[in-house]
Write a protein that binds this ligand. Structure first.
Ligand code: ADP
Ligand code: MG
Length: 345
C-alpha cells in the first residue's frame, strides 16, 4: 500500500564511520559521501562547516576555529557535534521531506561492534535529536558482510574484516548472527597515518601534517614487498631549522613505519580465528575471508593476511561502500523489523 508518509519521508541508511559518513536512501541508493569532520567555533561551539568543507580546514584553522572528527576511534567523542553532523547529512539528502512534525524518517545506522550500550544510546539519541523516528542500529561488520553479499543467514561460517579509519573490525558470522568478533581500536587508517608521521619525525626531524601522512600511505604505502618499490616527495616543516622542507621517502621505509598497525590487523584476525569452532573453521578454509573498509586497500594487505592465515583473502569490489550497501539491504526489511520490535516490546 502506498502511504503518504512514504512519499513525504524517506528511509535512510547511514554508515557513521570515523573517517567517512555514507548515506543510503531507500529506493535511491548511495546519495552522499563526506568526511566525518566538523569545524566549530571554540567557546560558542557553533558549527561552521561539515564534511568536505570542514576537512579542508584541518590544520589550517585560526585559534578560534577547530576542525574535529567527532567519531574518532569508532565512538562518539562529542555528542552535540555528532548530532549536528548527523542532522546536516540527513538534511542534505532529503531537504524538504525530513522536517515534518508528522513524518519522521526511519534510520538504519551502522555502529562499530565494540561499542558499549552507553555509546549505542548516544548514537540513538543523536539520531532522534536530529529528527529521526524509528532508529535501528546494526553492527558494522554485519552490515559490511551483507553489503559485500556474504551468505550471512546460511548455516555456514563467513568472515569479514572491515578496516576503516579508527577501527579494524573482525567478525565470523553464521545464521544471521555474529559468532565471534574482535574490534581493534588502534589498527585503522588513522593509526597508520600517525605511525608514518612519527617515523618521518624520528628519522628526518621533519613534521608532516595529518593529510600529508595519509597521502603518503595511499600513494606508496604497503603491507607486503612490492614488485616495484616506489618513492615520493614529502613536504613538511623541519624541526631543527623551523623551515618548510622537502625530502624523498621510499615505499620500503613506509612499510617499516606501518609494521605496528599492520601487525595488529594480522593479530586481530588470528585471535578471532583462534576462537573459532572446527565446523566454522572448516567453512573458512574453503571460503576464506573478505576485506572491506577504506584501509583494506592498503597494497599487499590481502597477500600478507593470506600468508599469515593460510586462508584465501579477497578485497571487496567497492570496499568503501560495503557498510552503506549493507544498511541499504536492511532498509528493505525495515517494515518487518519495525513490526517485530513493536510486538517484542
Ligand atoms: P570509516 O569507516 O572509519 O569511516 P573508511 O572505510 O571510510 O573509514 O576508510 C577510511 C580510511 O581508509 C582512511 O584512513 C583512509 O586513509 C583509508 N584509505 C583510503 N584509501 C586508501 C588506500 N588506497 N590505501 C590505504 N588506505 C586507504
Ligand atoms: Mg567503516
Amino acid at each position: 500500500m502506498l502511504k503518504l508518509s512514504n512519499i513525504l519521508s524517506a528511509d535512510i541508511g547511514i554508515d557513521l564511520g570515523t573517517a567517512n559518513t555514507i548515506v543510503y536512501v531507500r529506493n535511491e541508493g548511495i546519495k552522499l559521501r563526506e568526511p566525518s569532520v566538523v569545524a566549530i567555533q571554540t567557546g560558542t561551539k557553533r558549527v561552521l562547516a561539515v564534511g568536505v568543507e570542514a576537512r579542508n580546514m584541518i590544520g589550517r584553522t585560526p585559534p578560534n576555529i577547530i576542525s574535529m572528527r567527532p567519531m574518532k576511534s569508532g565512538v562518539i567523542a562529542d555528542f552535540d557535534i555528532t548530532e549536528a553532523m548527523l542532522q546536516y547529512f540527513i538534511r542534505k539528502v532529503c531537504p524538504r521531506r525530513f522536517y515534518s512534525k508528522y513524518v519522521r524518517p526511519r534510520l538504519v545506522i551502522a555502529v562499530p561492534s565494540g561499542i558499549t550500550d552507553v555509546e549505542k544510546r548516544a548514537v540513538e539519541d543523536a539520531a532522534h535529536a536530529a529528527g529521526a523516528g524509528t532508529v535501528i542500529l546494526i553492527e558494522e561488520p554485519m552490515a559490511a558482510a551483507i553489503g559485500v553479499g556474504l551468505p550471512v543467514s546460511e548455516p555456514q561460517g563467513s568472515m569479514i574484516v572491515d578496516i576503516g579509519g579508527g577501527t579494524c573490525e573482525v567478525a565470523i558470522i553464521s545464521l544471521g548472527g555474529i559468532v565471534h568478533s574482535y574490534s581493534a581500536r588502534q589498527a585503522g587508517g588513522d593509526a597508520m597515518d600517525e605511525c608514518i608521521a612519527s617515523y618521518i619525525k624520528r628519522v628526518y626531524n621533519l613534521l608532516v601534517g595529518e593529510r600529508m601522512s595519509e597521502m603518503i600511505k595511499i600513494e606508496i604505502g604497503s603491507a607486503y614487498p612490492m614488485a616495484e618499490e616506489k618513492t615520493l616527495e614529502v613536504k613538511g616543516r623541519d624541526i631543527v631549522a623551523g623551515l618548510p622542507k622537502t625530502l624523498t621517502i621510499t615505499s620500503e621505509e613506509v612499510r617499516e613505519a606501518l609494521k605496528d598497525p599492520v601487525g595488529q590487523i594480522v593479530d586481530a584476525v588470528r585471535t578471532t580465528l583462534d576462537k573459532c569452532e572446527p565446523e566454522l573453521a572448516a567453512d573458512l578454509v574453503d571460503r576464506g575471508l573478505v576485506l572491506s573498509g577504506g584501509s583494506s586497500q592498503l597494497r599487499g594487505l590481502d597477500k600478507l593476511l593470506s600468508d599469515q592465515t593460510g586462508l584465501p583473502v579477497t578485497v571487496a569490489d567497492d570496499p568503501l561502500s560495503a557498510v552503506a550497501e549493507g544498511t541499504g539491504a536492511v532498509l528493505k526489511e525495515i517494515d518487518s523489523l519495525e513490526k517485530y520490535r513493536r510486538s517484542a516490546s
